[in-house]
Design a protein around this ligand. Structure first.
Ligand code: SF4
Length: 242
């Protein structure tokens, strides 16, 4: 089977809202260091925003996150600090070019274990809006996640979800769990979708480990009826770059 790829750049003219730099100065102050990211369709706009910010006296850092194809692009799964390929201690805040919360939330979630979660200024060039999101935006997920991790350690019967989707399949890491936690009983479930309704068919499972898209165990966790924890949160370091 041949797969045809079509570029889908964000083609319309874009206007940077007038209050963008004002909001930036209010949030971060002047002459600060900012890391900029965007969704792939906004890549052609990245340099324009970078130049504007440099003219305003900001120092700009653009990295290529672990899952991204291009410098400055961020995917929703670049939601752990090692994914960003960035020395986070060197930045004062972030600018995200695009709309919605899925990608800017990844930047906040990636800072989970930092002393301070630095704000993300969303330059929403679709709706021509500026919005600042900070720790308060993800607090409820972080709180729930701590509880879920505790539940994993205290549970005896664990369900492990392994995705059959390309790019989300981490069977090898999933199997390491049973070697690492010999006192627990592990059941492995392979599917292309992680559905809450399916989890309900296995009521004996006390806690679930997700090895697929990390957002299932991050900002999706409020939707699940049973505790779900990402394998990366269990194996934080060993899992790196599988
Ligand atoms: S793993 Fe999740 S966040 Fe990453 S590209 Fe796939 S669906 Fe999106």
């Amino acid at each position: 089977m041949k797969i045809k790829l079509l570029n889908a750049n964000f083609g319309i003219d874009f206007i940077i809202p007038q209050d963008f730099t004002k909001k930036l100065k209010e949030t971060l102050g002047e002459k600060k260091t900012i890391a900029i990211y965007c969704a792939i369709q906004f890549i052609p706009k990245l340099e324009i925003v970078k130049s504007l910010l440099e003219k305003e006296g900001y120092n700009i850092i653009i990295t290529k996150p672990h899952r991204a194809e291009f410098k400055g692009q961020i995917l929703g799964c670049d939601s752990y600090v090692d994914n960003l390929n960035l020395d986070i201690s060197k930045v004062d805040g972030f600018v995200y070019i695009g709309d919605g919360y899925f990608h800017p939330n990844a930047i906040l979630l990636a800072q989970e274990n930092q002393d301070k979660i630095k704000p993300v200024i969303i330059l929403n060039i679709v709706q021509e809006l500026i919005e600042v999101i900070d720790k308060t935006h993800i607090e409820k997920y972080l709180k729930k996640k701590k509880g879920n991790l505790l539940k994993f350690y205290t549970s005896n019967i664990i369900g492990v979800f392994v995705s059959s989707k390309w790019g989300q399949e981490y069977k090898e890491s999933a199997l390491k769990l049973k070697d690492q936690y010999k006192d627990k009983e592990f059941y492995y479930f392979v599917s292309d979708n992680f559905l809450d309704s399916e989890m309900e068919n296995f009521p004996f499972v006390e806690c679930w480990v997700n090895t697929a898209c990390p957002r299932i165990g991050q900002d999706d966790i409020l939707r699940h009826s049973k505790p779900v924890i990402n394998i990366k949160d269990i194996f934080l370091l060993e899992f790196k770059n599988e």
